[in-house]
Design a binder for this molecule. Structure first.
Ligand code: ZN
Length: 507
């Protein structure tokens, strides 16, 4: 009569990688009690009491047996409350309340309230992508996560609101499961437009280069020069995310709890701007109870904007170097390291000095203070930034007389797209798509400056304008110029433009 053993399926997340977890319930004679083995953090151990209350408040009896719940593989770290539904159903299937075969068909993800309501959890999309990769074809998730779950195409997904509904559906009494429908991709082209940025032709050009080549960019200038306005318009001139990137970014944002319930798929490059007082954990990722992806991962395949960059803690600025090199962050944990992707484009903005005067002539800072301020940004971090642009304060007079209405984001975005296509063609058959990604040695092999071009570069090095590391950056920028202007090979004019962009000089 009593089915003593039953198995359901759940998913463990490590970063955004999902691994299938088998949940087994064994009901044996002996002293009544419930034991959970193969579980990780405190939240999962507390699941025992939560699941028991949820089952009883859903009109079911908690088996008067010695219950062993086992999650395997045991070595896999299991975090969070997303296992509740799989645990509850395993017990109910072992007790013969629901058919064991039905209970084992679908991956079950969801947290249970004490009242038996199914609560949404983070990370549903990456969990399902992991389950799908391991051959699972069906899943049941919290109703509030259904739109996100439906992004796992090729899987049949249903949403459920309460354990009571789930039990009734499994028993065939009612059909209370909500079928998931894969949403059509909607590319939202809204957002702030470059046409609203007045003046600053050099900064606009720098932004276009940054977009076309994927270069990191630093903007130095007084308050009101338009640094933030420009930075916020970068995502609007970047190409939309391709399908694979969109899923990856959506997976990270799912784990970070940032998704829109109704239109979860992220199709535009994200724009993430942490405040300069942000902690190391907030920027890089971490946290004690829940491990959250930090700003660097939230900005994956998008833009990380640090306004007032010199005001950030030095430890935070230093911590950016590792993800800038590797495109990922590794967060050490007692239960093992957690990896999140973090391939972002960095945009720094800073005032030239702490007093932040609108005009240099009004600056009240001692010269040493002024020098040290930007010095906080210099060194290894600035070495990784290809473009530096110095913005002057906007003169309202010139603006009204020139009536400078700049090009719109769609015009600039079209040029960027063309340049990206040329760049992809240039690096066809390599792992790189933009010139910013290409290693220095490869850049130097890809084209050899002629005599005049070499002279220009040598002069810059001799005069101290350019460092050894900066040399490769200039070559990369020259390649981006060639891509933007539709040239196979950079011209000497492209090289001069690249040099000016690298050194923060007037064009
Ligand atoms: Zn000052």
């Amino acid at each position: 009569m009593l089915m003593a053993l039953a198995r359901t399926w759940a998913v463990a997340l490590n970063g955004i990688a999902g691994h299938l977890v088998a949940v087994e319930a064994d009901l044996a004679a002996g002293l009544p009690g419930t034991m959970v083995i193969g579980m990780g953090d405190a939240a999962v151990t507390q699941a025992r009491d939560r699941v028991r209350a949820a089952v009883m408040n859903s009109g079911q009896k908690w088996p008067d047996r010695r219950i062993t719940l086992a999650l395997s593989p045991a070595a896999l770290p299991k975090r969070g409350a997303g296992y509740d539904m799989a645990l509850a159903v395993a017990v109910l299937a072992a007790a013969g309340v629901v058919p064991a075969a039905t209970a084992g068909e679908s991956v079950l993800i969801g947290e249970l309230g004490l009242d038996g309501q199914v609560r949404p959890v983070r990370g549903v999309l990456p969990a399902l992508l992991g389950a799908r990769a391991m051959g699972r074809e069906q899943a049941i998730v919290p109703a509030a996560n259904l739109a996100e779950a439906a992004l796992a195409t090729g899987m049949t997904v249903w949403g459920v609101s309460s354990l009571r509904d789930l039990i009734a559906s499994f028993k065939g009494e009612v059909q209370a499961l909500i079928p998931g429908v894969a949403a059509q991709r909607q590319d939202d082209m809204g957002g702030p437009d470059l046409a609203e940025v007045l003046g600053q032709p050099e900064a606009r050009l720098a932004l276009e280069f940054a977009a076309a080549g994927g270069h990191h960019l630093a903007m130095i200038g007084p308050p009101g020069a338009g640094k933030t306005m420009l930075a916020t318009r970068l995502p609007g001139v970047l190409p939309p995310l391709d399908d694979e990137q969109a899923l990856e970014v959506t997976a990270v944002h799912s784990v970070a709890g940032m998704l829109d319930d109704d239109t979860p798929l992220v199709t535009r490059p994200p724009f993430i701007n942490p405040h300069h007082s942000a902690s190391l954990a907030a920027v890089v990722g971490g946290g004690s109870a829940h491990i959250r992806p930090g700003s660097v991962s939230q900005a994956h395949h998008g833009v990380l904007f640090l306004d007032e960059a010199a005001e950030f803690r030095p430890t935070v600025l230093d911590a950016l170097r590792q993800p800038m090199e590797s495109g990922a962050v590794l967060l050490a944990r007692a239960s093992g390291a957690v990896r999140y992707p973090a391939r972002f484009q960095l945009i720094l903005a800073s005032n030239p000095c702490p007093c932040a005067a609108a005009k240099d002539i009004d600056c009240t800072c001692a010269s040493g203070v002024r020098r040290r301020y930007l010095g906080r940004l210099s060194g290894p971090l600035m070495d990784r930034i290809d473009i530096r642009v110095d913005l002057a304060a906007l003169d309202p007079m010139t603006l009204t007389t020139v009536g400078a209405v700049g090009e719109s984001s769609s015009v600039v975005g079209d040029r960027v797209l063309l340049a990206r296509d040329r760049s992809a063609l240039r690096w066809k058959g390599t792992p790189w798509r933009t010139s910013a990604e290409v290693p220095g040695a490869v850049v130097r092999r890809s084209w050899r400056p002629d005599r005049r071009e070499a002279d220009l570069l040598d002069q810059a090095v001799r005069s101290g304008r350019l460092t050894g590391r900066g040399y490769d950056r200039v070559l990369r920028l020259a390649l981006t110029a060639a891509d933007l202007f539709g040239r196979e090979r950079p011209s000497i004019a492209d090289l001069a433009t690249a040099l000016a962009l690298r050194c923060g000089e007037a064009l």
